[in-house]
Design a protein around this ligand. Structure first.
Ligand code: GLU
Length: 434
């Protein structure tokens, strides 16, 4: 039988990474098994499921490359079918009506649990059991005539012929009820896989309070969709070896539900940042250059001489596009700003200016000004003078870039070239020596 999985979010305007991770696992499993991946928009809460909220959801899926195989099913269009099924359950004795709490506000329809102990084999968690006394009968149609989540969810999974329900483990308790409903409706029971929670460093469910938690946050910050996809795929799953940065096809090939871990998965924003850096490195140099040009142009900086060398140097160390402008603007203008703190801490120090004067002298003697030659010259200067790198390099870096951190200094100097490097050092001395 062909595998059919689905993503069944309730749109709220924000797509939490936990939901998206469920979508990714569904997508990967469908692709791995040569099956189909469907979308069902559980939009019965009309106040939250606005057209904008749905648009946000669809855009997030597109950004992550989660293509679906059929037209999405909108749950709100299925109310009649849900109510008709409730009537059927009443007729077959699997449900009954009750004026809950005797409020006189009308009757709800209540599903009648079979009254037997229940068990099912979860593809991630193994055998799960529940005794009859712990699962009470439950409402499937409210007294105002609207169907409840359990009814709609199960009927739509039947309608969409879902074979594998892969969702967060906050739904485990619901699943016992859902299985009873499949049986009462005479429908085949799908397989279930409940995914471990995504937690913060304290072991609590990861939320907005812990940092970026919505797909849109990462998109706005300039993360690559492929990098976020890769990172989320590894939250609770691994290919069984030490691979981490994987192509989509490698993930599809390696993915399986039996290798999904049942223990909670910890969200680590630094690791995600690292992963994004790996994706930045992997793009074509010309694509990275185009990204740099667009970032710089948005900031009003015109990349001039040696722009390609600058971009090549940056590609190795850039994790997010937002780092590009602050890290490269100084290459393209003599009017770069000095980081005041850096100046105070590292430049206005005993011996700094003397040291910079000497460096000018050394640079003047160099015939070649490639990174290696510059590097060797600086090393010799430090070693022969019995100096410390920590006293020499920071003032030099500030002198040519205004900043106290950045790419390796020797290639930066080589790209600027001998004349410009010397001129900048001179200018810095004049400006700050006092
Ligand atoms: N709309 C539900 C949710 O987002 C569906 C859960 C499911 O069955 O996948 O939690």
């Amino acid at each position: 039988m062909m595998t059919r999985t689905r993503f069944a979010p309730s749109p709220t305007g924000h797509v939490h990474i936990g939901n998206m991770r469920a979508a990714i696992f569904n997508w990967l499993y469908a692709r791995h098994t040569g099956g189909q991946f469907l979308l069902r928009v559980e939009d019965t809460d009309r106040e939250r499921s606005t057209p904008e909220a749905i648009k946000t959801l669809l855009e997030a899926m597109e950004w992550l490359g989660l293509n679906v195989d059929e037209t999405p099913l909108y749950q709100s269009t299925r109310m009649e079918a849900h109510l008709a099924a409730a009537e059927k359950l009443l007729a077959s004795g699997h449900a009954y009506k009750e004026d809950k709490g005797g409020t006189g506000q009308g009757e709800c329809i209540i599903f009648k649990m079979p009254g037997t102990d229940m068990a099912f084999t979860d593809l991630v968690k193994g055998t799960l059991k529940k005794s009859a006394k712990d699962i009470a009968d439950f409402v499937i149609v409210r007294s105002n005539g609207t169907p409840v989540f359990h009814l709609a969810n199960v009927l739509d999974d039947i309608e969409q012929k879902i074979t594998h329900v892969i969702r967060g483990d906050d739904h485990v308790e619901n699943t016992f009820r859902h299985i009873a409903m499949y049986k009462a409706l005479g429908a085949p029971v799908p397989q279930f896989a409940h995914l471990p929670m995504i937690i913060n460093a304290q072991g609590k469910p990861y939320s907005k309070r812990d940092g970026d938690a919505f797909v849109g946050d990462f998109q706005e910050k300039g993360f690559f969709g492929d990098a976020l996809f890769n990172y989320l795929a590894l939250l609770g799953w691994s290919p069984g070896d030490d691979r981490e940065v994987m192509t989509r096809q490698e993930m599809i090939d390696a993915f399986d539900l039996v290798t999904v871990r049942s223990s909670p998965a910890q969200m680590d924003l630094r690791k995600l940042l690292w992963m994004n850096g790996e994706y930045v490195r992997a793009i074509k140099p010309e694509d990275f250059a185009a990204l740099c040009r667009s970032e710089l142009s948005a900031a009003g900086v015109t990349p001039g001489d040696h722009a390609d060398a600058v971009f090549a140097l940056m590609q190795e160390r850039t994790k997010l596009p937002s780092e590009i402008v602050p890290a490269t603007a100084f290459f393209f203008t003599e009017e770069f700003e000095y980081d005041q703190k850096a100046v105070e801490k590292k430049l206005l120090k005993e011996g700094s200016f003397q040291c910079l004067e000497k460096i000018i002298g050394i640079f003047q003697t160099l015939e070649n000004f490639d990174a290696e030659t510059v590097n060797t010259a600086l090393h010799n200067f430090v070693e022969q003078g019995g100096l410390k790198f920590g006293d020499v390099m920071p003032p030099l870096r500030i002198a040519v870039s205004g900043q106290q951190s950045g790419p390796d200094l020797a290639p930066v100097l080589a790209i600027l070239g001998k004349e410009k490097s010397i001129a900048r050092i001179r200018k810095t001395i004049e400006r700050f020596k006092g």
